[in-house]
Design a protein around this ligand. Structure first.
Ligand code: AMP
Length: 577
């Protein structure tokens, strides 16, 4: 059933536009590159590379090198410091986005402009149109665990905030979001509140006050959803008291937030009793979300990649409610939309929108030919099903042939545009000598160990790792925060299981010949990962953007310190003895 939604976007038209764009993805890509290069031909960066007005893919690839953020840092800093000349783009850049940097421990500026704003809305509209075709929303609101950082300024006076903050501040955003029924039940004061714990509490309260109107539950990344409902488990009685008395808990101290909430709260003992009854009737909080929000159609947010470890807990809270994985993008710009909303997050794919940037793909083959020379990138329509690639982005905001650092797998095609699965970040996270293990390998290993814990009704709350080369030989250290106290035997077995589950040939052979020492499991105290989150927030990350650092290198010494200072128990693997 295709229909125009109440707020006005014509989902039929949006789908038709997407179909037309993707049927001719090759031509659209060439036109998009031409447009980007024409708009920015006067930029110093492109002039210096001798492009001389060429706008064809061949000329572009021969003149413009592949770059990382580091290569562009000097240019980006000049822009941030207020140099008004056309440096990376033809038109001046007014805002910078701060990427989360949680994986590397260092946040970085990337240019943001109106075109990126438009791309965002196009991606949101597209996936909404497909989603709404399968799971139509009724009139109502959404419960969104979104948090905005305080917008700052760069040295040169440009706006500086996270990508989401830049979106929230843009006047087009609100009307665009209204058109896709993305209206948050919480007032702006809560979203922009100075303290995320207080905002989280108020988001929950706002959701409960209009519980029957809530059509879906959202956060940018699944981590924030799990955090929200774990918090609910702790504060639900306090929330009920607030609803009963019509008075906000003293835990919320920010005057702007208190003022906004006082307009919503009135004594409502019936609602308080109802929520109390519903919560008391649940078994270990299974199905909490649909119980609280009976008209919610789905739960929505990025659930792929480094968010997969939170799915188990999220499914527990969601009961029968579908989990829908949101689109694929980054602070550097959006890439692809989820146009198959029926697929569970583990199988989610993202169809590239060929007009929002120019995309190239470096084939990642594990054959010897590629060991010494990196293969040439291929174009969007030249990728092959089943192959892995590193994605290269050229966008409308001054990034040309930019290595995003993500690995994607081509799962199929939607018309002629590829449908990608997010695999992992490209940088190896665990490596001592010939071993190579990625974030994804670590995740799989922790999943295996998690199965042993699950038998004891214990969950993995979160995890991280590091490479310890202070011992000889060096070894992997895995930090686990877990929800209970399993026996020593189980933890020892978990440690062995983690070690055995790294199946990379380089690791296994090094372990066998003792070129890598026994894996070390360090169980950390409850709340350790909350401390890491708080530390990252202190550095200016917003919760909505937070990704747990899965490997803490020496650059991330503070996080390393938090982990190491909170170790409750340590085990060494005996798997290879
Ligand atoms: P940020 O640097 O905070 O803008 O985060 C962007 C990064 O988040 C991307 O480069 C990806 O590594 C990751 N990411 C974004 N969208 C997805 C997705 N749908 N699935 C998995 N990872 C994603």
């Amino acid at each position: 059933m295709l229909e125009k939604t109440m707020e006005g976007i014509d989902t039929v038209k949006v789908i038709e536009e997407f179909e037309a764009l993707t049927k001719d993805a090759g031509r659209v890509q060439r036109e998009t590159l031409k447009k980007i290069l024409e708009e920015n031909g006067s930029a110093e960066y492109l002039l210096n590379l001798g492009l001389n007005g060429r706008t064809d893919p061949e000329g572009f690839k021969s003149c413009v090198p592949l770059v990382t953020h580091k290569d562009l840092e000097a240019y980006i800093h000049r822009i941030a410091d207020g140099d008004p000349s056309p440096i990376l783009t033809g038109k001046p850049i007014a805002d910078m986005s701060l990427s989360s940097g949680t994986t590397q421990g260092k946040r970085k500026f990337v240019p943001f402009n109106d075109e990126l704003m438009e791309n965002t809305l196009q991606i949101y509209r597209t996936s909404f149109a497909f989603r709404n075709r399968e799971f139509p929303l009724e009139r109502g609101k959404s419960l969104q665990f979104v948090y905005s950082s305080k917008p700052g300024k760069t040295k040169g006076g440009l706006g500086a905030g996270t990508a989401t903050t830049n979106l929230f501040r843009n006047s087009k955003y609100k009307s665009g979001m209204k058109a896709i029924q993305f209206q948050c039940c919480s007032p702006d004061e809560v979203i922009f509140g100075p303290d995320f714990q207080q905002s989280l509490y108020c988001h929950l309260l706002c959701g409960l006050l209009v519980r029957e109107e809530i059509q879906f539950v959202f956060s940018t990344f699944a981590h924030s959803l799990v955090l929200a409902f774990r918090t609910f488990e702790q504060v639900w009685e306090e929330l009920c008291n607030d609803i009963r008395d019509g008075e906000l808990s003293s835990r919320v101290t920010a005057p702007s937030v208190r003022m906004a909430m006082s307009k919503l709260l009135k004594p409502n003992p019936e609602l308080a009793d109802l929520i109390n009854k519903k919560c008391s009737g649940l078994s270990n909080w299974y199905g909490l979300i649909p119980e609280l929000f009976p008209n919610a159609k789905y739960i929505y947010g990025i659930m792929t990649g480094s968010m997969e470890p939170y799915l188990k807990k999220l499914r527990h809270y969601a009961g029968q409610l579908p989990l829908m994985s949101a689109d694929y993008g980054s602070s550097e710009g959006w890439i692809a939309a989820n146009v198959n909303p029926n697929l569970p997050p583990e199988l989610a794919t993202f169809a590239v929108l060929p007009n929002i940037g120019y995309f190239e793909f470096i084939p990642l083959k594990n054959d010897s030919e590629c060991m010494y020379m990196e293969p040439e990138p291929v174009g969007l329509t030249e990728v092959k099903i089943g192959e892995d690639y590193e994605i290269i982005v050229t966008n409308f905001a001054g990034l040309y042939r930019y290595r995003l650092g993500d690995v994607v797998r081509v799962m199929g095609f939607h018309n002629s545009t590829p449908e990608l699965k997010f695999v992992c970040r490209r940088n190896l996270i665990l490596s001592i000598n010939i071993d190579k293990n990625t974030e994804n390998d670590l995740q799989l290993s922790v999943e295996e160990a998690g199965k042993l814990l699950a038998e004891e009704k214990v969950e993995v709350v979160d995890f991280s790792s590091l490479v310890d080369v202070s011992t000889d030989p060096g070894h992997y250290v895995i930090f686990l925060e877990i929800s209970g106290e399993p026996s020593e035997e189980v933890l020892k077995e978990c440690c062995n299981c983690l070690d055995r589950s790294f199946v990379d040939a380089g690791y296994v052979s090094s372990r066998k010949v003792k070129a890598i020492g026994p894996l070390e499991l360090r169980v950390v105290r409850r709340g350790t990962f909350q401390k890491i989150l708080e530390h990252c927030l202190g550095l200016g990350t917003v919760v909505s953007q937070f990704k747990t650092p899965r490997c803490v290198g020496p650059m991330n010494s503070k996080v390393q310190q938090i982990l190491c200072n909170n170790v409750a128990k340590t085990y060494f693997s005996t798997a290879f003895e």
